[in-house]
Design a protein around this ligand. Structure first.
Ligand SMILES: Cc1cc2nc3c(=O)[nH]c(=O)nc-3n(C[C@H](O)[C@H](O)[C@H](O)COP(=O)(O)OP(=O)(O)OC[C@H]3O[C@@H](n4cnc5c(N)ncnc54)[C@H](O)[C@@H]3O)c2cc1C
Length: 412
């Protein structure tokens, strides 16, 4: 059977997967391959990690120790390290990462390559914690780029187009505790009238809806300080909730809720490491609009509620703080993220995506690089795409990493 991605909606077309055991082997394999693309834990929903006509390389067997430097509050890890493996080690040494995505299962290099993010109006995407990276480029050379270097802001969110990231250094913060409180049935009027206050109500806030129900199904608050006991007319949940609670999914694979304090890495992700995250049998899309357009974007999606609801398990609203990484969804300004966990009905989902994108187009919408989308990214919505293309052409002049996805969305 062909190798498939996590969701099983894509059989990789690459000829085979190379599995080097040492850094030298990575360099030799890259230098020898005419066409190659790095592969992480395969959690993307499109062909971003594939290379039709080339090979994939998985560096998970290259042994790289986790090196914590307590003095500079940094950690250096393999690009193939998964957040869920790293987090308990950091916590044991009194450190934390400022934020995590909804699942801890993905590799660090794969996550930051696609601009993966968590939630929190004052929390940046995961790539913002990266302060240096080591990259095997098309010629087999190992290059190091660090914060402050000219190309650094273009190199972290890289859609795998610049080379194979072998090691990364991440900035750390002191370990912290988080409590999760979930509220049922937030009135839509509360979301429209008090969006800023809701976003400010906790360290990380997620809201779940199908865009058609009478109220927002869940508001999920992850607090580092005082916990809210009320939220603009929503009811405190009487038990643990799955993000797709309204669709009937049980909360067995979810991290502990009901206000029980716990370490950051056991509360910031919605899903536990040892379990299948989310629903498993699903597809995903996600769009980003400037934070100031949040409520107008909610109106637009509510207008499509009767078309979205039959296809969606749940949709998640999050906020992301601005950063300066060229291909980051939050490059240049705070964003609201509008995520969709779809039933695995790909043809119907793909027929609806252009409609959603048209409704969000007036807000300068961007799409998550690793999820399903329809539109071609333009230099209008991604102002640094041209600079990234120039960097890519310098590091990979012969197109060794220029997979069909990279050619389609970054350019030839
Ligand atoms: C259940 C579920 C929940 C999710 N939740 C979130 C969420 O909360 N927030 C969010 O933003 N996203 C989320 N995602 C999307 C996910 O974070 C991204 O798809 C992420 O990129 C997956 O990482 P991966 O290791 O599986 O990478 P892959 O899918 O294997 O690869 C992704 C990209 O990274 C590149 N890459 C991988 N390894 C390297 C390397 N060593 N060097 C260079 N490039 C490399 C690949 O070439 C490819 O371009 C979710 C996905 C799933 C399935």
């Amino acid at each position: 059977m062909a190798d498939v991605n996590w969701a099983g909606n894509l059989a990789y077309a690459a000829e085979r997967i190379l599995r080097p055991r040492t850094l030298d082997e990575v360099r030799e394999m890259v230098a020898a391959a005419p066409k190659i693309k790095a592969l992480g834990t395969r959690h993307c929903f499109n062909d971003i990690a594939d290379f039709d006509g080339g090979v994939q390389i998985d560096i998970g067997d290259v042994e790289v120790p986790i090196e914590i430097d307590a003095e500079s509050a940094t950690v250096t890890v393999s690009g193939a390290t998964r957040y869920g493996e790293l987090a308990p080690v950091l916590h044991g040494r009194g450190f934390a990462l400022p934020n995590l995505a909804s699942l801890p299962h993905c590799t660090i290099a794969g996550s930051v390559a696609t601009g993966t993010h968590g939630s929190g109006r004052r929390n940046q995407g995961l790539a913002s914690a990266v302060s240096a990276l080591e990259l095997v480029t098309a010629d087999g050379e190992l290059r190091r780029l660090a914060k402050g270097d000219k190309d650094f802001a273009g190199a972290v969110v890289n859609v795998g187009a610049l080379g194979v990231v072998t090691r990364m250094t991440l900035d750390l913060v002191p370990a912290f505790e988080v409590r999760q409180n979930v509220f049922d049935a937030l009135p839509w009027s509360a979301l429209f009238d008090h969006f800023d206050e809701i976003e400010d109500a906790a360290y990380s806030v997620s809201m779940f809806t199908n865009w058609a129900n009478d109220s927002v199904d869940l508001a999920w608050l992850k607090s580092t300080g005082d916990q809210r006991t009320e939220l603009f007319g929503a009811r405190p949940a009487d038990g643990p909730r799955h993000p797709a609670h309204a669709a009937g999914l049980p909360a067995d694979n979810c991290t502990e809720q009901l206000g029980v304090p716990g370490p950051w890495h056991e509360r910031l992700p919605h899903f536990k490491l040892g379990f299948t995250p989310s629903a498993g049998d699903e597809l995903q899309s996600e769009y980003f609009v400037p934070y100031r357009h949040a409520t107008a974007a909610f109106e637009a999606l509510r207008g499509l509620g009767d078309r979205i609801a039959p296809l969606v398990l749940c949709s998640e609203i999050r906020a992301i703080a601005a950063d300066d990484q060229w291909l980051s969804p939050a490059q240049g300004g705070d964003r609201v993220a509008l995520h969709f966990t779809w039933h695995q009905r790909q043809a119907e989902v793909e027929a609806l995506l252009p409609v959603i994108e048209e409704r969000l187009a007036p807000f300068g919408v961007r799409a998550h690089w690793g999820k399903l989308f329809h539109h071609r990214p333009s230099d209008g919505s991604w102002p640094m795409l041209g600079a990234f293309r120039e960097l890519r052409d310098r590091l990979d002049p012969d197109g060794v990493f220029r997979s069909p996805y990279v050619a389609r969305y970054v350019g030839r």
